[in-house]
Design a protein around this ligand. Structure first.
Ligand code: SF4
Length: 698
């Protein structure tokens, strides 16, 4: 084969999409076009899913933005502008909003796909250059409930407190509300290995998903009933003497209050709440309790609910009571979704946090970060609005008048999305930086075209807490800048008191310093170490520290070293079926699309595989509604209506409908979803609401 053009060579990097961050090599051909080769990396061991295999198509998409776009008036057409004109306009409009309404009137909305360096820079930009408290990111929609529950139980939140390879060594695994066989297929090799060794797999899901089909036991629970199910399992474990009294006494606190609540969750009552037969509840509790090693893994199912934190706490309680935490091949963890959902929240993109997972309200934490930034701690704003509240505040008369969005398509991914679209369209000023003209970018006053995944260097932190390197394979197209360059240019125009690194490695070195002494301590991690060691697990507080693949083996990260039980009562969902809206609606993902679809809908092979949204329903449910396979079904909730094709399958509960959320416009599942928030994590209730369905007239 002819060699690639000068300057292009195969580059080892990672997939642009989910939190597994599979290793891949981008290989250029003689024409300079890249293809993907799988790479043997610990998370994927040579496997990739369909999204990963086709990712190189993103680099040659004809829809790529390559010049800043501005509008001369609201509702007018975009025209191309120079970078200087666009950046001057953004700086002057953000400054103007700040001068007229105060610093907090400017909001910043980040993304869980941003590299650690960009997440760090964006948090610093909001607090130092704009002086606003109001920065949050779409990771709030991803694992904030798991983060809050993990933090309060263990004193530290890292998606998985163990490497994913440990899954293969667990005798029993319970997965609640996650479908990795579709969302992270290469991960399934660890579950395959686990079952091949005689291990048991229990899956909790209202659908018999691709993962549930592989399970030893599928608990097909009613949407919104996860916490009751977990506590019901605990009831059986206590009743049948499966709990680990020594572990509870030596390594935990707070069990008695949990025991009292579990006592009321007798299995026939839990069967009535969850729809899971009593026999299955008893069997599952025994599978977990009788195993020498076991894991409990939660996903968006129990987490994306208005009682998401308590749901996760109920599963953590179960793991702790069985003595299955802080031991090899044991523990609770969450299967994160977004590529950098973990790192995205460690470095200051979240409304309540500063780099290193520090608390923005804590004076000592503020002082530590302010010193690195070279600013007065008193000048740093306090906690701001969470993602959903930030979008609410963009409504007419709301506190936020101007918004800057990086790499997030909230018009598709936020709950009750119709309200978000109307709010953003009416803002005084909206600037969006992205690689494509997403549904959100299409509403902006200014769109800034930025570099993507393989066009710049950076680090990501995957679902295990492993910090990895993404490497640049090709320069960005002419006319495109990196987010770091955009942030630095805007900070300079805004007269920032602190400078902003444009290069990835200098940005990482500053991030390391800012994280020193924090919970997520990266100070011992360097680009060179990541290179040499296939990634480094945080915390890693010194260059000679080996990193921490397995947390909590010697004690939990609480002041007394003990894990904390939390007594949680089952609460009904924010909305339940009634006469007007008689079915449960739940939303989720499909194999061929990723998140809001901004990238994957533009990959021809993926678009052909899953061209649009649909509603999955049981054939018996469909018959009662006069619907056949492929008919257009009109779905209505208290927030809005969409019409999508019916897909019939006996693998879903009779009372439940499922719609994947990757599409916009008239097919957006999030037009329907409920923005009821968890009181602690502020996670919206994407997974549960009440819906009516009718046959759409032809
Ligand atoms: Fe791996 Fe996730 Fe990319 Fe698929 S989307 S190749 S599972 S990182």
């Amino acid at each position: 084969a002819s060699p690639p053009p000068a300057g292009l060579a195969p580059v080892d990097t990672h997939c642009p999409y989910c939190a597994l961050q599979c290793g891949m090599t981008l290989v250029p051909d003689a024409a300079g076009l890249f293809s993907v080769a799988a790479r043997d990396f610990p998370t994927n061991r040579g496997g990739l899913c369909r999204k990963g295999w086709t990712a190189a198509a993103l680099l040659r998409s004809p829809e790529r933005l390559t010049a800043p776009l501005v509008r001369d008036r609201k509702g007018g057409a975009f025209r191309e502008a120079s970078w200087d004109e666009a950046l001057d306009l953004v700086a002057s409009r953000l400054s103007g909003a700040r001068a007229r309404h105060g610093a907090d009137a400017v909001g910043v909305f980040g993304g869980g796909g941003l590299t650690n360096e960009k997440a760090y820079l964006l948090g610093k930009f909001a607090r130092v250059a704009l002086g606003t408290a109001n920065i949050d990111y779409n990771g709030r929609y991803c694992m904030s409930s798991a983060a809050a529950a993990g933090g309060r139980a263990y004193g530290l939140d890292r998606g998985l407190p163990f490497p994913i390879a440990d899954i293969a060594g667990a005798e029993a695994v319970l997965i609640a509300g996650s479908n990795p066989a579709e969302t992270m297929p290469p991960l399934m090799q660890y579950f395959d290995e686990q079952r091949a060794r005689g291990g048991r797999l229990i899956v909790v899901d209202p659908r018999r998903s691709a993962t549930a089909r592989l399970a030893t036991q599928h608990l097909q629970a009613t949407p919104g009933s996860d916490g009751a199910l977990a506590t019901g399992l605990l009831h059986v474990a206590i009743r049948d003497r499966l709990i680990d009294a020594d572990f509870i006494a030596e390594r935990t606190t707070g069990f008695e209050a949990v025991r009292r609540i579990a006592a009321q969750h007798w299995p026939d009552r839990v069967e009535r709440i969850t729809g899971v037969p009593e026999r299955q509840i008893v069997e599952a509790a025994h599978m977990l309790g009788e195993a020498a090693t076991a894991m409990v893994l939660t996903g968006r199912g129990p987490e994306q609910q208005s009682q998401g934190v308590d749901n996760v706490s109920a599963f953590i309680n179960l793991a702790l009571a069985l003595g299955k935490a802080g031991r090899p091949f044991c523990g609770w963890g969450t299967l994160t979704g977004q590529g950098n959902g973990q790192g995205g929240r460690e470095h200051g993109q979240k409304a309540d946090q500063l780099p290193g997972y520090r608390k923005i309200a804590d004076p000592a934490h503020r002082a530590a970060v302010a010193e690195v930034w070279g600013v007065d701690p008193a000048s740093l704003p306090g906690p701001g609005l969470s993602a959903n509240e930030l979008l609410d505040a963009t409504a007419p008369g709301g506190a936020v008048k101007a918004l800057m969005i990086l790499a997030s398509n909230v018009v598709v991914s936020a709950p009750a999305a119709g309200r978000v679209k109307a709010n953003l369209a009416g803002l005084e000023f909206l600037v969006v930086s992205d690689i494509f003209l997403s549904e959100t970018a299409a509403l902006a006053d200014v769109v800034l075209p930025t570099a993507q995944w393989a066009e710049e260097d950076g680090t990501m932190t995957n679902l295990e807490g492993r910090v990895i390197r993404r490497r640049r394979a090709v320069p960005p197209p002419d006319g495109v800048r990196t987010d770091a360059a955009v942030i630095a240019a805007l900070a300079a125009r805004l007269g920032s008191a602190s400078s902003f690194a444009e290069g990835a490695e200098p940005g990482f070195d500053e991030l390391r310093r800012a994280s020193r002494g924090g919970i997520a301590d990266y100070s011992g991690i360097s680009y060179a170490r990541i290179e040499a060691e296939d990634g480094v697990f945080w915390p890693c507080p010194a260059p000679e520290h080996p990193g921490t693949p397995r947390l909590f083996l010697d004690g939990f990260a609480t002041p007394d070293g003990r894990a904390r039980f939390h007594a949680v009562e089952h609460r009904p969902s924010g909305e339940e079926p009634d006469r007007d809206f008689p079915y449960w609606l739940t939303t989720g993902r499909v194999l061929a699309q990723y998140q809001s679809g901004t990238q994957t809908r533009r990959v021809p092979e993926l678009a052909a595989a899953e061209p649009g949204a649909y509603v999955e329903m049981h054939p018996q449910t469909a018959r009662g509604l006069g619907l056949a396979e492929g008919d257009l079904a009109r779905l209505t909730t208290r927030r809005g209506t969409i019409a999508v094709k019916a897909r019939l399958t006996p693998t879903i509960r009779l009372d439940t409908l499922f719609v994947p959320f990757h599409w916009g416009d008239g097919q957006s599942a999030n037009i329907l979803t409920n923005a009821a928030l968890d009181p602690t994590s502020r996670m919206p209730e994407f997974k549960v609401c009440a819906v009516r369905v009718e046959r759409e007239a032809a």
